[in-house]
Design a protein around this ligand. Sequence first.
Ligand SMILES: [Zn+2]
Length: 377
Amino acid sequence: MAKVSKRQVRKAVKTISKAPKGVVFVCYLLVVVLALGYFLYTNFFVKKGGEDYLVYSNVEGEISFHFLTLGNSTPGDCTLVQVGDNDILIDAGSDEDSLDDVKSYLSDKVTDGVLEYVIVTHSDMDHIACFQVDGGIFDSYECEVIIDFPKSTHSETSGSYKDYLEKRNAEILAGAEHYNALDCYKNTNGAKRVYELSPYVDMEILYNYYYDHSATKNNNNSVCLLFNHEGRKFLFTGDLEHNGEDDLVRENDIGKVCLYKAGHHGSITSSSKTLLDEIRPDFCIFQTAVGTDKYTSDTANQMPAQKVCDEIKKHTDRVYATSIADREFNGDVEIADLNGNIVVVSKLDRITVYCSNNATKLKDTNWYKERRITTLS
Ligand SMILES: [Zn+2]
């Protein structure tokens, strides 16, 4: 766009001041009407979105976590973490048809086409769907460092895990550094346990017993991560289940966390009392389709399970969930936003949760009131 010189501005002002008073009045009136229209539109018609926050002692630096809705009723994970110029993608589920939603969100946020870190917690489809598909993340972004799981119970020679390995290996051939979480934990083969993302924020790969021991359930192979922002902690455990969580607590010095991305989408298999008593979260995010009957018809065990809700509410009621799949609360629509895309920002004296749909706490939703017992036993 051509630059407007001071002389041109002065000339324009002179021209307007020379204009008949009626024209000037109409111009002013137009500006006032437009401003009033904008105010009314943004304050009374655009009501989507909401936020919540907690105040902490002041810190320098900033980190944000973006928990994405994934466009279907299959629970799955996909979280973008941003620290300065570092874009970190944790998983890319939940199914191949999530790709449009994921790419659309990333195109707004990752404008240089580079993901500095890609973390793949484990090899289940609801975490690798958008990596293994043609035109997926590895095909669309330059990935600088890929950290994934040392073990998988899936076959390397067939299905989506084979496709994942092919796409990942092509990205490594194209120049990406690749480490598994065990090498990270042990600081071996060029991998690091702690990655400094800024002078104020780092990302630590925690030790999971199943990095170097066989698991019967693939969920237990999950890479576990702790982000630390000047003492504020943010925990990601993939789909790690109870026995893995108990080991995680024993083997690592986690302590209280500000945010817990609930393990295994709020399944009854995860978020053990041992883990929650250790981490005592201030905020909890369920990246799931609340009330999905995909895995069980028992409403008490549908995600997030009653038992999980009970354990979490001992520590916090700041619980949010991306989507809802329970038809009774959702009409004929198969999937809808609950809180929607959830962005958690740690900055200055507070942690703020921004929700694209609304910031209604899970306990205050109609689904919770109908499907979960609200009082502590
Ligand atoms: Zn999962």
